[in-house]
Write a protein that binds this ligand. Structure first.
Ligand SMILES: Cc1ncc(COP(=O)(O)O)c(C=O)c1O
Length: 461
């Protein structure tokens, strides 16, 4: 039966539970959530109390009390000599804290500490509201009477606009509109991967991609990266040794590190694509958030799939992204999409089409605000947490910070008690010695959050 390691469990706990109440109760609530959602499956063997206590920087009695509570509620069974397991037929009896109020469970799922350093979303640009408000009744009439409303591949005029924006040989048939880049990655994963396929990702990488690839049953391998992008020599060795089906990169801006792939790395990566049989997925979601002008593109190729998004440059609430690939790939992925979703909203797509006319202005606006926020955050870190270090990001909306001591998971547990939600680097598939801090929060929130973390660090010492 599945043995859950301490590291796996601490990763799974991130973002669960509520930020208030006694520690043992918060831990038991988080574990209950994972069990009820099936993420900790029946029969799964949980880590020993002592090991979990060390990883979470809590006392052993806290873990013992949490496990006991879950045993009482019928979710765990504990036998001497064989450890603590999720019950095979998890029967959970309603306990007193669940009866505390009908809203308890939604609070439990939605509860976020006061200062959220986990989400690195960008605020919408004003142009999104302007463009959305500029649509008249006649525009809507035109949209609703011209189209039946179901376009699996996307609104033809938006596909045409994106193809024109790419220029060169890109044609509308090469474009599939998706409900965000996340759906694009999920479609690529479902359409291109079989259980057991090898997938290579950079270390660290975007965790939504890790989730999408892992769900297909593929086996993930990582290549290291530095300030110029992924290590192409290490990648070539893996291509020879593992014959992967897919390689995932983010060339124009990397989440979480903010690295922009250098021209030399891009050239060498392209050459590998010519020499080895693999699908290269370039997630360009962060394009448009580079702090200085860059010319980072991998061009086109039959086995290159480029993923784009409106989320970072304009607004995540549009929920629009796209895939650019060979027309056969686009056709196949559209079929895969049709199983779960018959297309993205045409209204949002019409807004997006018009937003493309403002693309360069939007890039200029992001390029004005992001560096200012970066200065604010790095100034606060230098002042309050001088041992935390980083490389200047060249794109994106966050700072990838190296922590001087303890694991990032331990840091995130520690600061959650001071009302700060911090994301451990381990969720990005990397060594757990980094955390990602968002740039685009109000200065007062950044200040309060960093001061609380510094306070936690002092008290801990
Ligand atoms: C690298 C990367 N890819 C994809 C996504 C998902 O973007 P979307 O909002 O378009 O689904 C994100 C969002 O954080 C991202 O950082």
């Amino acid at each position: 039966m599945d043995r859950i390691t301490t590291e796996q469990l601490t990763r799974m706990l991130v973002g669960t539970g509520t930020p208030t109440g006694p520690l043992y109760r918060r831990l038991s609530e988080s574990l209950a959530e994972l069990i009820d959602r099936g993420e900790l499956p029946p029969g799964a063997l949980l880590p020993p109390e002592r090991a979990l206590a060390v990883a979470l920087t809590v006392s052993r009695t806290t873990v013992v009390a949490a496990y006991q509570e879950l045993q009482t509620s019928g979710r765990l069974e504990r036998r001497r000599g064989s450890g603590t397991r999720v019950r095979t037929h998890a029967r959970h009896t309603v306990s007193s804290w669940e009866l505390a109020g009908d809203h308890a469970s939604s609070q439990f799922l939605d509860g976020t500490p006061a200062i959220d350093f986990m989400t690195a979303a960008l605020p919408s640009l004003g142009i999104v509201a302007d463009v959305a408000a500029s649509l008249t009744r006649d525009d809507y009439l035109q949209l609703t009477t011209t189209h039946h409303g179901y376009h699996l591949k996307g609104l033809p005029s938006l596909r045409e606009r994106i193809a024109r924006w790419y220029g060169g040989s890109t044609a509308p048939d090469d474009i599939l509109i998706t409900s965000g880049a996340q759906q694009a990655l999920e479609l690529v994963a479902r359409g291109c991967l079989q259980p057991g396929d090898r997938v290579i990702v950079e270390e660290p990488t975007y965790r939504g991609a890790l989730d999408a690839f892992a769900r297909t049953g593929s086996r993930l391998r990582t290549v290291p990266m530095d300030g110029d992008g992924l290590d192409v020599d290490a990648l070539e060795k893996l291509l020879v040794a593992e014959a992967p089906r897919l390689v995932y990169v983010q060339s124009p801006g990397h989440n979480p590190t903010g690295v922009v792939m250098s021209a030399d790395r891009r050239r060498r990566l392209r050459r590998l694509l010519d020499r080895y049989e693999f699908v290269l997925v370039d997630d360009t979601s962060l394009a448009g958030t580079s702090l200085a002008p860059t010319d980072s593109t991998l061009g086109t190729h039959d086995r290159l799939v480029t993923v784009g998004s409106m989320s970072k440059l304009f607004w995540g609430g549009l929920r629009l992204g796209w895939i650019r690939g060979a027309p056969q790939t686009v056709g196949r992925l559209a079929q895969v999409r049709g199983i779960s979703d018959l297309g993205s909203s045409l209204v949002a797509q019409e807004v997006a089409r018009r937003l493309f006319d403002h693309y360069e202005d939007a890039v200029a606006e992001r390029r004005t605000t992001l560096p200012v926020q970066l200065r604010v955050l790095t100034g606060l870190l230098q002042q309050h947490l001088p041992e935390w270090t980083w490389h200047e990001p060249r794109a994106g909306a966050s700072l990838w910070v190296r922590l001087p001591d303890r694991t990032a998971t331990q840091w995130s547990q520690l600061v959650s008690r001071y009302g700060v939600a911090l994301l451990p680097g381990a969720v990005f598939g990397a060594a757990d010695d980094h955390t990602r801090i968002p740039l685009m929060l109000p200065e007062a929130t950044l200040r309060e959050g960093i001061e609380r973390v510094a306070h936690a660090a002092r008290e801990r010492r």
